[in-house]
Design a protein around this ligand. Structure first.
Ligand SMILES: Nc1ncnc2c1ncn2[C@@H]1O[C@H](COP(=O)(O)OP(=O)(O)OP(=O)(O)O)[C@@H](O)[C@H]1O
Ligand SMILES: [Mg+2]
Length: 356
């Protein structure tokens, strides 16, 4: 390493780990040393999973980064070190292009992001306000309906420029109603009623409504593993998840034709480490598109409410997706480069007595 690179590594304000091809820690920077409360020397060559208890399927993530040679973001992950209480972090895993098989893991403790003055605090304030927001949303929709109706009545006797103004009232009011609808969805989100469900039935339903609606300009490729066992989810909520992801994938192409691939497969290696043991999430659903990819400036925060890269986006679609998936104790991750964006959802298998 030259001096600049070495300095960069030493002065990086967030914990960084270099992981070797065998998933052992090759290097840890000073911020990682203080995060672990251990010296880099003492953790060098030890398996990363022995050093960090991470509430996420990290082993699968490393493999994907190595295979795809592209970065992966994981938000809102609890990282424990054994020594202290787990810290909530956003994690980025990047391939080391000059060192085959090595990956770089950067962790940004979410509290730290606040101290660094990032916009994160605004986002978490937004999150806690959402409970009240959905109550208000309901109340605001009634007078809005009155405003739209009145504007439409007025427009009957108007022409020219004035008509443009009433049209503006109507269209902007509709936009508010759409936003409120989405805010309300959070409030209406009951705890999932989980049953044994055939995931392909849900995907088919989502794909069909995409086909005739928002995704009419896209073509869909289905790569289903027909032997997948039933999953254990709330069908309505999971349908909403797939619809939101298909909608984002369709909107990413900005009206141009594109291809959305829906893939299901079984991958046993994904285990979620939880405080009360491990949960196995072997059913994988991937929804990928060939659009431009996540805008880099929001890539690390797309699951936060009100984060949107689209002009008319409310930024609630993925926040809802992530809430539903976490209510199901499932896992979602995203892997995005221009030309290929993959959202992967990992779900549990239905317990035996429920499988029909
Ligand atoms: N498949 C994708 N390709 C490219 N960018 C995406 C993709 N999915 C999401 N994004 C980006 O992430 C942002 C957040 O998505 P999200 O669904 O949460 O909100 P939205 O689509 O902007 O608004 P809403 O879904 O509430 O109408 C999007 O605005 C877009 O910039
Ligand atoms: Mg969306």
């Amino acid at each position: 390493m030259n001096t600049f690179q070495e300095n960069l590594w030493l002065s990086l304000p967030i914990p960084g780990f270099l992981i070797d091809p065998g998933d052992a820690i090759a290097e840890a920077n000073p911020a990682a040393e203080s995060f672990l409360n251990a010296s880099a020397r003492s953790v060098r060559n030890s398996p990363v999973f022995d050093t960090l208890a991470i509430d996420a399927p990290l082993d699968g993530a490393f493999q994907r980064v190595r295979k795809d040679q592209s970065s992966l973001f994981m938000n809102n992950v609890d990282v424990g070190t054994g020594a202290a209480a787990p810290v909530n972090c956003n994690i980025q895993i990047a391939p080391m292009t000059q060192m085959p098989g090595f990956v770089l893991v950067l962790m940004e403790p979410r509290g730290l992001a606040d101290r660094l003055g990032r916009s994160m605090s605004v986002k978490s304030a937004a999150k806690s306000a959402i409970g009240m927001a959905e109550m208000l949303a309901h109340e605001i929709k009634n007078p809005l309906a009155g405003i739209t109706g009145a504007a439409q009545l007025l427009s009957m006797n108007l022409g020219g420029d004035d008509l443009e103004l009433t049209d503006l009232i109507v269209s902007e009011t509709r936009r508010i109603v759409k936003l409120l609808d989405q805010v309300e969805q959070f409030g209406n989100l009951r705890p999932p009623e989980r049953h044994a469900v055939n995931i392909h039935d849900l995907l088919d339903r989502a794909r069909k409504s995409a086909n005739v609606g928002f995704g009419a300009h896209m073509s869909f490729v289905e790569l289903y593993d027909p032997s997948l066992p039933a999953t254990y989810v709330d069908g309505d909520q999971m349908l909403q998840v797939f619809l939101n992801l298909l909608k984002n994938a369709s909107e990413a192409s900005k009206g141009a034709p594109g291809v959305i691939q829906i893939r299901t497969f079984y991958e046993q290696s994904l285990r979620l480490r939880r405080k009360d043991g491990t949960a196995s999430l072997p059913l994988q659903v991937e929804i990928s598109d060939d659009g431009p990819g996540l805008p880099p400036e929001i890539a690390a925060e797309v699951f936060e409410p009100f984060v949107s890269g689209r002009e008319n986006g409310t930024g609630l679609g993925l926040a809802l997706v992530s809430k539903i998936i976490s209510d199901h104790e499932g896992w979602i991750s995203v892997d995005s480069v221009p030309g290929r964006t993959v959202f992967r959802i990992s779900l549990p298998v239905a317990p035996k007595e429920d499988a029909s």
